[in-house]
Design a protein around this ligand. Structure first.
Ligand code: AQP
Length: 333
């Protein structure tokens, strides 16, 4: 049976190494497998859960498409579109918000992290963000959803919402229950400045992340300044347990070079971090500079990027509008 793959990326700028290693790299291998039907969505409705400048948002939507393509997603094989162009997403999100329970949403840690201490001032959209995500996934009968580890809880919620809808309306298997595709290792890349925080777009310090558009000098400088500790590279993975920054950097090296943590440790065991960082910068530059160059080249081809979105939106609309009509029938509209 064909796997139906769906995943989304927010056009909130600063797409980084965490997005690449945790999600987009996986999108590319799924796209390359002819057995899969893939849909990759630029989730612009999700992006506005936090205030966005309209000109920047438009640029970021194109930049996200350019990043998908520069990383290796083929728009002829996969559907690439932006969420706001297919009205069924907003409609299904409303319907599913009447199925989801407050208690379920109250447990979502991403809302707690993003709203921080000022919960009263967070948008309602930020709170119901995972319901929209469930709508995205369920509209396409997605069977598999490749995401980074931070999205695991939202995916579990999506499964609960699908089950409850199927049970409440007595429509067994109407919504397919999607499986998360989360890599066993390196599914959570941490900040270069603090090994306890995930690498993120919104972190104010640019030194905390490697952006996919960074040039070679920026990569060199950021890795040089990345936080480590005073100990050399150990000889076992276990010895990395209480060394989050060291573990993160060795994890990045392993993920980008498609090797295991064990083999990276064996390679660098006993060496100090300055030697290791030279190797890490070298491989990052080697892998990321073609991507960065291609993103910059594609960004000059605005109409090409817009055509991909338009084409993709038509295909997505065809699938989603059929599903929403079935939902109407089931509900009694
Ligand atoms: N640090 C990460 N490590 C591994 N995977 C990650 N992802 C995000 N950060 C990491 C995965 O990338 C995909 C797209 O993410 P997103 O655009 O939906 O969200 P985000 O990068 O978390 O961006 P935000 O929320 O705009 O920014 P921050 O975090 O700064 O508030 C997802 O599959 C995600 O798991």
């Amino acid at each position: 049976m064909k796997k139906k793959i769906f995943s989304g990326v927010q056009p909130t700028g600063n797409l980084h190494l965490g997005n690449y290693l945790g999600a987009i790299k996986n999108f590319v291998s799924l796209n390359n497998d002819n057995k899969n039907e893939c849909i990759f969505c630029v989730v612009d409705l999700h992006a506005i859960t936090i205030a966005q400048d309209s000109i920047t948002l438009r640029e970021n939507i194109r930049e996200t498409v350019a990043t998908f393509i520069a990383c290796g997603i083929d728009p002829k094989k996969s559907i690439i579109f932006n969420q706001s162009k297919v009205a069924a997403h907003s409609e299904a999100a409303w319907i599913l918000s009447c199925v989801a329970r407050m208690g379920w949403l109250n447990r979502m840690t991403q809302f707690k992290e993003k709203a921080g201490k000022d919960k009263e001032n967070a948008s309602v959209g930020l709170y119901s963000y995972p319901v929209l995500m469930a709508a995205d996934i369920l509209l396409y009968d997605s069977t598999h959803v490749p995401v980074g580890n931070d999205q695991k809880q939202h995916l579990e919620l999506c499964r609960d919402i699908a089950q409850k809808f199927n049970n409440d309306f007595k429509v067994e298997n109407f919504f397919k229950i999607p499986e998360p595709l989360i890599q066993k290792e390196f599914s959570r890349i941490m900040s270069l400045k603090d090994g306890s925080k995930k690498m993120s777009k919104s972190e104010t310090s640019d030194l905390s992340r490697i952006n996919l558009t960074d040039g070679n000098d920026q990569i060199l400088n950021k890795i040089k300044k990345a936080k480590t500790d005073s100990l050399p590279i150990p000889s076992t993975v276990k010895e990395l347990n209480d060394r989050p920054e060291a573990r993160n950097l060795i994890g990045i090296y392993s993920s980008i070079s498609d090797s295991t943590l064990e083999s990276s440790i064996q390679k660098f065991s006993g060496k100090n971090f300055s030697d290791f960082k030279e190797n890490l910068s070298e491989i990052l530059i080697d892998k990321l500079s073609p991507i960065s160059d291609e993103i910059k080249r594609l960004l000059k081809e605005k109409s090409y990027l817009d055509e991909i979105l338009e084409e993709g939106s038509k295909k997505a609309e065809n699938i989603a509008s059929k599903k929403i009509r079935e939902i109407h029938d089931i509900i009694g509209f």
